[in-house]
Design a binder for this molecule. Structure first.
Ligand code: SAH
Length: 475
């Protein structure tokens, strides 16, 4: 894992530049060149000072139901909602959307490859979308987050920009100490990326910015997956991406020579922002991890789908007697072990018996039960099982199986913590499914709490709500 980061070192001229504390701005001139090349137009024109007048805009008229959705502020225009269109646009063109009476409705980023044909940047009255527009939006979000974590000296990793939930559709940005990770869900951002990355790195004082691409959630039930994010639809990486835009490259700043270290609630974690799942870490589980810490004292804990041991570390600090981290990914479990090392100074972490188990969770839970191993607290945090609407039934079946299997290793009176990160499974269906499975197993759940999104992952529209979690006592 580390080798691959090292190999990326010095891939760009800008990355080889010596960093000094005084250097206030990172060099993103490469992004300017990319923007020009990508759409084959000049930097000035792509800034599109007046998109309504600019010839390269795609103008669209939409049908009644798309119109209704856009008036309510929905961030997506699907291809099948388009009635007519000025011409075939390119990824990253601005799309100007009119209603059936030719009134301006919204403006967004056009993507001819995606069923989400336009990702909306602005609803309501016409407005210029230019570098200043993006800078204002980025500044608003960066300031919001800085305020949110201002009193939290123990945390320097959080989501800065949560995609369509915050007016930046198809773009997510996470901060890990001085490293920013920008993850894109559409190539439509490429000509505009510099207008986001420059202000974001300046406002956060970042040392480097890493680019990640969403692969879409096409994974099968038992394969390695990452949780679903707003805007994630089945699909492959854009295959026309040049090397300097590959998944995990450095867009600017200091090259990485190892994992990034950061703090979360006073715990030290490492992550690999270039190759790790999601953007390197599951920041969205921060609050749930803290809840597990409060419950873990004196307990034998099983953390299934443990990834790099997030829940495990919190359980250990909370005084757990023993912790098992179970995951199918060997690199993730190696990082989990290192994360325990990073926190050796904490008595709970130093004292706990920690074991990693590399296995398929479904099979392993059955084997643990057959071997008579049991636990006082079990965390179940699987990847998204439903990347498409057609997979919802199968996903609910998997949640039911996992409930039964987890109860099979949970002692009477134990705690079950079970999360779902699939936007396509509603929280009602998810909680009902778990309750039904537990009843069938003869061990009905007594709920302690239901939780949803942490404050740095705000929900701005229906499909943006993906995370739900139940905390329950089991007889
Ligand atoms: N709880 C973690 C995040 C879990 S992400 C945290 O707080 O950081 C989901 C994890 O499930 C990934 O680490 C992935 O490697 C793992 N995974 C996916 N399918 C699996 C399977 N069938 N068995 C075990 N682990 C699996």
């Amino acid at each position: 894992m580390l080798g691959s980061i090292a190999q990326r070192k010095g891939r760009f001229g800008s990355a080889r530049k010596t960093y000094s504390e005084e250097m206030s701005e990172l060099d993103f001139s490469q992004l300017d060149r990319i923007a020009e090349r990508w759409v084959g137009r000049t930097a000035e024109r792509s800034a599109a000072r007046d998109p309504l007048a600019a010839a390269q805009n795609v103008t669209l008229r939409v049908d009644r139901s798309a119109e209704r959705a856009l008036r309510k502020g929905h961030p997506w225009l699907f291809a099948d909602g388009i009635r007519d269109q000025s011409h075939d646009g390119r990824a990253g063109d601005f799309a100007v959307i009119f209603d059936r009476r030719r009134n301006f409705l919204a403006l967004g980023l056009y993507d001819p490859e995606s069923p989400i044909r336009v990702r909306i940047l602005h609803h309501g009255k016409p407005t210029p979308v230019d570098a200043a527009f993006f800078a204002r939006r980025v500044q608003g979000l960066a300031e919001l987050r800085a305020k949110l974590f201002a009193d939290d000296a123990g945390t320097n990793a959080y989501r800065l920009i949560n995609g369509e939930n915050e007016g930046m559709p198809g773009l997510v940005a996470d901060r890990y100490a001085n490293t920013l990770v920008v993850k894109l869900y559409t190539t439509a951002w490429l000509p505009h990326l510099r207008h986001v990355v420059r202000p974001l790195s300046r406002l956060t004082g970042a040392q480097r910015v890493v680019l990640r691409w969403s692969r879409g959630a096409t994974r099968a039930l038992n394969s390695l997956g990452e949780s679903e994010l707003p805007g994630e639809l089945p699909g492959e990486l854009p295959d026309e991406l040049p090397d300097e835009l590959a998944d995990g490259v450095l867009l600017g700043g200091l090259a990485l020579d190892g994992p990034v270290l950061f703090w979360e609630n006073g715990l030290r974690f490492e992550c690999d922002p270039c190759r790790g799942q999601k953007t390197g870490f599951f920041l969205d589980q921060r609050d749930n991890r803290a809840r597990v810490e409060a419950l873990a004292g004196g307990k034998d804990v099983l953390n299934t789908f443990a990834y790099t041991g997030g829940f495990s570390l919190y359980a250990a600090r909370g005084g757990a007697k023993s912790v098992v981290s179970l995951d199918a990914s060997a690199p993730a479990l190696q990082a989990a072990q290192r994360n325990f090392e990073h926190n050796r100074a904490i008595p709970g972490v130093a004292g706990v018996h920690h074991e990693t188990l590399r296995a398929d969770a479904f099979r392993s839970l059955a084997e643990l039960a057959a071997a008579g191993r049991d636990f006082d607290l079990v965390v179940v945090d699987p990847p998204s099982f439903a990347s498409r609407q057609g997979e919802v039934e199968r996903a609910l079946g998997a949640y039911a199986s996992l409930t039964r299997l987890a109860l099979g290793v949970l002692r009477p009176g134990g705690d079950l913590i079970f999360a779902s990160c699939s936007a396509r499974i509603t929280s009602d269906d998810f909680f009902a499914c778990l309750h039904a499975a537990a009843r069938r197993a003869g061990r009905p759940l007594r709920e302690i709490e239901r939780t949803a999104h942490p404050a740095d992952h705000p929900v701005g529209f229906e499909q943006g709500a993906y995370l739900k979690c139940i905390f329950a006592k089991v007889p």
